[in-house]
Write a protein that binds this ligand. Structure first.
Ligand code: NAD
Length: 508
């Protein structure tokens, strides 16, 4: 990805990247502003689709499903393979757009596209491994087996902070499973969605797949409502805040639709007396301050043993001010902007609440570069020492706030780690194998992700991704997450010529 800062206007750079991905920028217009958190400027205007448009998109996807489900899975995989190739070819272009809309530093924007390429590779392999089991039947001359079938239309609702990777986790697997997809991205990252969609459209066209297997709707909540309510949407995969999950889950459940929820996190690391503190320091700073605290897996709490808290605090307080904050197109900067003013307000409010609840700011917390970018929100990552796990610590504030808590007994540390409503990611820094194993055991971390000697963020696509409690319980990406996108059938085949009933039942 080339350095573009001060060379070309952001708007022009993004327009060129969009065109390279196949988006007709001359035709872009509409009521929605695509605004960059880097500078606050408007990059383009895009359409706002209505509920009727979304219903139409669902109809097209439902029609395409009847053809797509008949295509052999490895042939479906060829379309995903081509998408992965095009993503590789246009990695820089897409990363430019992701950076401009989500505010990521260059290596993270590129990393997000790499994650898409990785899941395409994974899905292509999976397209030859949609395995079902064969079980011994209790009856002679019978065969018992399971088969996996395409599910239908998958509605994908995604969040601003991973504008394209989470969509690709869902879509690569849904497509090889034989499903069709309707995507409603966050309204803050419509350009990233348009570019991603254009690349997939090219892969679909070049591989001869039905054109309507993927649909994009640029809608607000009202416009996207049919994805939640329409019975033809077999699975709703929704990534975003716990508030959003709470609103949509009952509606999908009411119509007995399937739902996959990837909601908020409140992730912690425990630092034990035996920890390598320099390694812990690096893991904590990346996970807590990286991405300006705008990852679902961002470390929001660090729970430190009282014997090492002084030393670790000293290291953290020395490291934080060295993080350069500013336009992420400048590769020296490690912390980009918050996505918008509302995020900044939420951060300010959380800090005020933390202080009112006995917290002490150890470093950071100020808005910076305000004069240069009056419409952009750059903030210093902040560490707040808290006397206990008070109300503010239990909430996810989507900003770089790290709450520092102290413990004296290992069980207390686990209780603190688990003592929040969310259950996404967690970590322990220790060189004591007993502690590490206890952390990973049934009575240890209650999160969907539990790491040892590594921070809470930065998952690989090979493992299942997701969390429990108010994080929603969904699992996406690797491992056997593909099953969520398929329906399972159990088949009994009788070749005995008799009709013995199961459990010895006699009838006729
Ligand atoms: P958000 O909840 O504001 O929006 C997410 C998506 O849901 C957007 O597309 C939005 O338009 C849509 N939406 C919101 N309310 C809706 C409703 N009532 N009906 C239909 N659609 C609705 O979240 P955000 O600010 O974009 O993203 C940040 C949040 O997402 C954080 O809480 C973060 O932890 C979470 N997140 C979770 C994961 C995960 O995998 N667990 C990944 C990324 C982000």
């Amino acid at each position: 990805m080339t350095q573009t800062l001060n060379e070309t206007a952001l708007k022009d750079t993004v327009a060129a990247a969009l065109r390279a991905c196949g988006v007709d920028t001359a035709a872009l217009s509409g009521p929605t502003e695509a605004r960059s958190p880097l500078t606050g400027e408007v990059l383009a205007r895009v359409p706002l689709h209505t509920a009727a448009d979304t219903e139409e998109a669902i109809s097209r996807a439902a029609d395409a499903f009847t053809t797509w489900r008949e295509v052999p899975a490895p042939v479906r995989g060829a379309t995903v393979k081509r998408w992965g190739e095009l993503l590789t070819e246009h990695k820089d272009d897409l990363a430019v757009i992701v950076q401009a809309e989500a505010g990521k530093i260059t290596s993270e924007a590129l990393g997000e596209v790499q994650e898409m390429i990785d899941i395409c590779d994974f899905a292509v392999g999976q397209s030859r491994m949609l395995y079902g089991k064969t079980m011994p039947s209790e009856r002679p001359g019978h065969r018992l087996m399971e088969t996996w079938h395409p599910l239908g239309v998958v509605g994908v609702i995604s969040a601003f902070n991973f504008p394209v990777a989470v969509y690709s986790w869902n879509t690569a697997l849904a497509l090889i499973a034989g499903d069709t997809v309707v995507w409603k991205p966050s309204g803050m990252v419509n350009l990233s969605a348009l570019a991603t969609h254009a690349l997939l459209a090219r892969a679909v066209q070049e591989t001869g797949a039905p054109a309507d297997i993927h649909q994009l709707v640029l809608a607000d909540r009202e416009g996207g409502a049919p994805l939640i309510e329409d019975e033809r949407v077999a699975l709703v995969s929704a990534t975003g805040s716990t508030r959003m999950g709470r609103e949509i889950a009952p509606k999908v459940a009411e119509r007995f639709g399937r739902i996959l929820l990837e909601l908020g996190g409140n992730n912690a690391a425990i630092v034990t007396p035996s920890a390598d503190l320099d390694l812990a320091l690096r893991g904590i700073v990346f996970a807590a301050a990286g991405t300006a605290g705008q990852r679902c897996t961002t470390m929001r709490r660090v729970i430190v043993h009282e014997s090492v808290v002084e030393e670790l605090t000293r290291k953290l307080v020395a490291a934080y001010p060295t993080l350069s904050i500013g336009d992420p197109r400048n590769e020296e900067n490690l912390v980009g902007p918050l996505v918008n003013e509302a995020s900044y307000r939420a951060m300010t409010q959380a800090l005020a609440d933390a202080k009112a609840q006995g917290g002490t700011v150890l470093t950071g917390g100020e808005r910076v570069l305000e004069e240069q970018y009056p419409q952009a929100y750059y903030v210093q990552p902040v560490i707040v020492q808290m006397p206990s796990q008070s109300a503010v610590v239990r909430d996810e504030t989507f900003a770089p706030i790290l709450y520092l808590l102290t413990y004296s007994d290992f069980d207390e540390a686990i209780a603190l780690q688990n003592g929040v409503p969310q259950g996404l990611s967690s970590a322990i820094f220790t060189t004591d194998q007993g502690e590490a194993e206890r952390f990973l055991s049934a009575s240890g971390s209650d999160c969907g992700i539990a790491n040892v000697n590594i921070g809470t963020s930065g998952a690989e696509i090979g493992g299942a991704f997701g969390g429990d409690k108010e994080t929603g319980g969904g699992r996406e990406s690797g491992s056997d997450a593909w099953r969520v996108y398929m329906r399972q059938a159990t088949n009994t085949v009788n070749y005995s010529g008799q009709l013995p009933l199961a459990q010895g039942v006699k009838f006729l």
